[in-house]
Design a protein around this ligand. Structure first.
Ligand code: MN
Length: 240
């Protein structure tokens, strides 16, 4: 038995090679796992489940096929937090909260996208709070698709400008928040993505040797974690 984790694929029409790599990965590696977890930023953008496009249809078709062999779980990222229950149903996946604590192979594991850990980025956290509010969500999703696309583009431009101005370390996780949340949930393993800084960090939580494993974004390489009863490895493969 094995579980597989991915995040930050940032799927978009403009990067067909990433979509192709995703499909091969699903048909190969992921289909050999009992569970697949997608820890956010699956898509570069998501303006609502009713925005029908070829990419969304292809992903749904691919996941429905995978669901015959593998249970699929997905968490929102900061880019695709508007993925809703219609998409989840059509893609045969289960949406999970962020953070989510799971018991896996006799170990408590905390799963997150990772943006919640970037507490030094005060502007972003306030934007996050606004846009995750159910009333903001409802109002946005009630707008026509063309208007939603326009707003999403504007928000993206503002975010890019802000990101350019921010110091590198503001956009990484805040160490004190990592310790705080791992202590709060009583876990010795934290898995997340978002920062695009794939790595295995060895830390100590209340004197116990612990790990924070960071998934990478899919670009020149695809990244995944493969977990079974004996190991938990961060792996990568080239994308051409
Ligand atoms: Mn992200």
């Amino acid at each position: 038995m094995a579980f597989c984790f991915i995040s930050d694929l940032h799927l978009q029409e403009d990067r067909p090679e990433i979509t192709e790599a995703f499909i091969s990965f699903i048909e190969g590696t992921a289909s050999k796992a009992e569970r697949l977890y997608v820890l956010g930023d699956f898509f570069e953008a998501w303006i609502g489940d009713d925005d029908e496009n070829d990419l969304a249809s292809l992903v749904k078709k691919t996941l429905v096929k995978l669901s015959k062999s593998t249970d699929i779980y997905a968490m929102h990222g900061n880019r695709d937090f508007l993925i809703g229950s219609d998409f989840a149903e059509e893609a045969s996946l289960v949406l999970i909260d962020d953070p989510k604590k799971e018991e896996m192979f006799n170990q408590s594991v905390l799963l997150m996208h990772g943006d919640l850990l970037c507490t030094d980025d005060v502007d972003y956290q306030s934007f996050r709070e606004t846009t995750r509010d159910p009333s903001w969500r409802k109002e946005f999703l009630n707008k026509p698709i063309s208007e939603r696309k326009k707003i999403a583009k504007e928000l993206r431009t503002i975010s890019k400008e802000a990101t350019g101005r921010k110091k590198e370390d503001i956009m990484d996780v805040a160490q004190n928040e990592v310790f705080r949340i791992m202590e709060e949930f009583s876990v010795n393993l934290l898995i997340h993505g978002h920062t695009h800084r794939p790595n295995i960090h060895h830390i100590s939580i209340n004197g116990v040797p612990s790990k924070r494993i960071v998934l990478g974004d899919w670009d020149n390489h695809g990244w995944f974690i493969w977990m079974d009863a004996n190991s938990c490895e961060l792996k990568k493969f080239p994308i051409s």
